[in-house]
Design a protein around this ligand. Sequence first.
Ligand code: NAP
Ligand code: MG
Length: 502
Amino acid sequence: MSVAIAAQPAPSVGAVSFLDRPARLLIGGEWVQSESGRTISVVDPATGAIVASVADADRTDVDRAVAAAREAFEQGPWPRMLPAERQALIWRLGDLIEQHADELCELESIDNGKTKFMASVVDIPATREYLRYMAGWATKIEGSTFDISVGAPPGSRFETSTRRHPVGVVAQIIPWNFPLLMAAWKLGPALAAGCTCVLKPAEQTPLTALRLGELVMEAGFPPGVVNVLTGYGETAGAALVSHPGVDKVAFTGSGEVGKIINKSATNTLKRVSLELGGKSPVIVLPDADVETVIGGAAQAIFFNAGQVCAAGSRLYAHKKIYDRVVEGVSAAADAIRLGPGLDPETEMGPLVSREQQDRVMGYVDSGREEGAELVTGGESLEHPGCFVKPTVLANVNANMRVVQEEIFGPVLVAQPFDDIDEVAALANATPYGLSASIWSNDLRAVHRLVPKVKAGTVWVNCHSFVDANMPFGGFKQSGFGREHGRTGIEMYTELQSVCMLV
Ligand code: NAP
Ligand code: MG
């Protein structure tokens, strides 16, 4: 299909100078080549053009990075610094993000395909605020005191307390949908807790993690506290996860890889936290305001071209208003202007890669073959960029692959329902349980429905709102562990009980 796609505007001089830097890894505070010298091409998904090349780390580089992180943890100042000193450095990193916001927005757009505008209102400010929030936690990590009932020797008294220690060297493996923000979600709490880190960005989107590495050094973090390895999951990622020198693995990505990682980490009983995406339902009760729901449901699925782990990818609207909601969301989909991310007129950029475009189109085809009704979209554009039209598939059922599996693209599936118990069962009828939203002003109905939904986050009259202070993570196969807030910090600590006979 041919839709006119504007040309990608040229990046700024600052962004170009970053793109032209040689392919390097950040290990032990130094920018070094990979042992093999191999590189990976970085493609702008809006044009198909190669814009940079980055190092392809392998097992040897992983060994070097883990050794640097281990040395920084065991001998370096980081875990022994005053918490206020760690706080100041993490805060300073947030300041540097702010200072270089425009360049980071451009790099994120060129790398991932998202619009520079979206990066400027979501990704980059959220990254800055996340680091600032986590900076504050460095000075607030605490244990507790309590009494115990050990009665011997007679008349004895105990002083008992808990203390939290940093877990050690952590491997952090992140996806391509919000590259810089995912790096901050991983590094922020780990650094606040006093851990040292080896970060591996996704092969498709390594740029802002490398720029972040430069800013880490500029901020003045001690060498080896943050190491950045670009490379492939099957090589660099797998070597990191199985490395005996790593104490914890934190991963965000697909369920398939999450399962591999969990198995691999078992050999050395590493701590593991997994955020594995979802198939989140948007549940519209009969009293809901249809216009509000249309805007909210469209945003829930089409934000970031649907490449969001919490995307509202399944729409369940009460049969009384189902037709109007589906029609409205489809009209909203039709109105979205596709284009390259650096063009200020663009509302939705390309998907991250040709592979992802093919995967998404494969799902659209499978939905149609299984009997779903294509209401709008369902086409990829004949263009060197990876564009897919926002798509709505109606009258689906729970057995279809498009309803069961995470598509990770701008594809909404819709189905009507009759009563609350029926929609609760439908909402829970996938292996996932990351999030859900309920749209209604009927307080009793909402309160009855929320506890029936098996999801780590339930939004009411909104969707995909995340905050550094609100725990986020999945039920069921959406993973385990909760990022953000106190629980997010505690995932990077070991709890030690101290029992003193006094
Ligand atoms: P993925 O393979 O799970 O990638 C996530 C991260 O894990 C990347 O850094 C990846 O490296 C790395 N990785 C891959 N195999 C590994 C291994 N054996 N050991 C250690 N690390 C490994 O996700 P994807 O292939 O990019 O996307 C596939 C699907 O995953 C999407 O369509 C979507 O459904 C889902 N997804 C979910 C999220 C989420 O936020 N939950 C994010 C992205 C994708 P490479 O970059 O080299 O693969
Ligand atoms: Mg992959």
